[in-house]
Design a protein around this ligand. Sequence first.
Ligand code: TYM
Length: 325
Amino acid sequence: MSKRVLSGIRATGQLHLGNYLGAVSGMLALQDSSEYETLYMVADAHAITTPYDVNQLRRQRREIIIDYLAAGLDPQKSILFCQADIPYHFELAFYFASVTTVAKMQHLPTFKEKVKQYPNFTSLALLNYPVLQAADILLYQGELVPVGIDQEPHLEVARNIARKMNQDYGTNFPEPQRFATKGEYIPSLTGEGKMSKSVAGSYILLTDDLDTIRKKVRSVPTATEVGGKMSRGVEVLFTLLNFFAPEKHTAFLEKFAGGTLKYVELKDTVAQAIYQELEPFQAKRQEILSDPQYVDQIIAEGTEKALVIAQDTIQEVKQKIGLAG
Ligand code: TYM
């Protein structure tokens, strides 16, 4: 039987280059392999673990599906759906919560970060975030998860839950592993930390036009360091150059080493290369936006297929934990 792959993106904003290089490129690579059955969802319920706008969420959960399609995820090859359309995610998460300690969840770096960001909104749902993510993956017996490196602690939680469930109740959950892409960690344009939706000035959206991209890339700090060392900002530019115009990498590096590099030239080259890669995505996105019925149909079909798999898992788990005959 083919291995199952599951991944998802939170419906908390538009996709940026970090999401694309860290997650979507891995999703694309795996959907083309006959070894895998791929399921890609929108983590819409995860969006309500921090403050959000109802109308925006309603729009965004659908837009992520549109982004998936525009990026090349193919409904003939992958099951595309929204998490909240399959209530079994929440049921399984509740069962998983019974084998998870509060202390363990409180110590996760991702939880601590969010508590700092929203000190007055530390909900039980936020504490439960990784447990719901484990349910997302294990509901479909997912073995491989294409996500960025920041998600590793959550995968560790999923593996622990799988192990505990198997030991205590004799279930047969796999221990999911991360499928790493070359872009598993895309740095922020500010030169500090990673590119992130929640940090203004850190990201380039997949929908940004050339002018916006140029402005954002031009704002990367390029102060020179003593001793000719590359500053963090310059490193970011070279990282992006390597992804989007690798053929130009050596020439720019030589200029840098020789002290003749004009940063504006490097920046505009990077901006142009990024835009060139995003242009087909943006065109396809416009096309899909003009056909809402097509999107509805993809979601309906994906939901139906996901439900069949989910139902099987839930039935087995309920029986094994003593909640069904
Ligand atoms: P989210 O929406 O925060 O991030 C979506 C994906 O983008 C990756 N990513 C990055 N990769 C490289 N460099 C970056 N700077 C960068 N920023 C974001 C993330 O690693 C992620 O792969 N918890 C998940 C959503 C989720 C999920 C799941 C994922 C819910 N259930 C089940 C996999 C399986 C998240 O935070 O997504």
